[in-house]
Design a binder for this molecule. Structure first.
Ligand code: CUA
Length: 309
């Protein structure tokens, strides 16, 4: 947060500094007066006179009412300005990237309505462009926070909040849920992958293409296992795998993701750990343990998921 990597983050940090400067200013003056009074009016040895008793002072009352009002106004004006600027939809001329963010206990869904892409846990954005986010939740209140880029903005069921952010440089930026939302709140991580516009376009093209087809016999078997067991909650865009539900993340391009469930390094061993006992990794997650499959079928499912590009 203290090293912002884009315009929105910089605006927010400027507000933090402004409030710190005001606080330091108030602290210094109050402590200076305090120190002066302690020394100047301390009881001298042998002096037992009681000081003059004063009750009420209109001058002082006005002073300590007006000064805080002025200080709060100095803080409030830029804060309100930034709040509205950051929530406003960037003009069409700037060609912002539209993303709908939906929070679930405990994962993030990212949909690019103009590009026809739906993904989870990894938000890909182009550098140097504003990304306009429309934020909502399906269950409880969450909060979207990418410390070095922007946030925090609440995701509230039945409501749409908006914000935009921008990354100046390519990189991977950590994202967090910043609102206590249940047992795995602290594990509700995601990341933002900011890429040069050409790289981002490549990613978009890749995601818009039909999903890679299973190659080996095991992967083909895994696709069947998925169709029979997972489609109540999950879909895989581009692979023709769409069931009744979308309770769980869309797994298109799963093999390309860095992390499983936003937490574990994406490798077969961790995928096995996750499928076997999701509660161990993310307590309270709605993902059931896949312990009812034969080892052969589970291996096939894992091979298929890791093959998805
Ligand atoms: Cu979602 Cu905390």
């Amino acid at each position: 947060m203290l090293e912002p990597q884009g315009e929105a983050g910089q605006m927010q940090l400027d507000l933090v500094y402004l409030s710190i400067y005001i606080m330091v200013f108030v602290c210094v003056i109050v402590l200076a007066i305090f120190t002066y009074v302690l020394i100047r009016f301390r009881q001298k040895p042998g002096d037992n006179t009681i000081p003059k008793q004063v009750e009420g002072s209109t001058k002082l009352e006005i002073l300590w009412t007006v000064v805080p009002i002025i200080l709060l106004a100095i803080l409030a004006v830029p804060t309100l300005k930034s709040t509205f600027t950051l929530a406003a939809k960037p003009p069409k001329a700037e060609q912002p990237v539209e993303v709908k963010v939906t929070a679930h206990q405990y994962w993030w869904e990212f949909e690019y309505p103009e590009l026809g892409i739906k993904t989870a846990q990894e938000l890909h954005i182009p550098t140097g462009k504003k990304v306009h986010l429309e934020l909502t939740s399906v269950d409880v209140v969450h909060s979207f926070w990418v410390p070095s880029l922007a946030g925090k903005t609440d995701l509230i069921p039945g409501r749409k909040n908006t914000m935009w952010m921008k990354a100046d440089k390519p990189g991977t930026y950590e994202g967090r849920c910043a609102e206590l939302c249940g047992a795995s709140h602290a594990l509700m991580n995601f990341h933002v992958v900011a890429e040069k516009p050409e790289e981002f376009q490549k990613w978009v093209k890749q995601r818009q293409k039909p999903s890679s087809q299973p190659q080996t016999a095991q992967e083909k078997e895994g696709k069947k296992v998925f169709a029979q067991n997972c489609m109540g909650c999950h879909a895989i865009d581009g692979a023709g795998l769409k069931g009744p539900g979308n309770k769980g993340p869309n797994l298109a391009g799963f093999g390309d993701r860095d992390k499983i469930a936003g937490l574990l390094e994406n490798n077969p061993e961790n995928l096995n750990k996750w499928l076997h006992n999701p509660q161990n990794v993310k307590p309270g997650a709605h993902m059931p343990a896949i312990d009812f499959l034969k080892k052969k079928d589970l291996d096939a499912l894992e091979a298929y998921l890791e093959s998805l590009k």
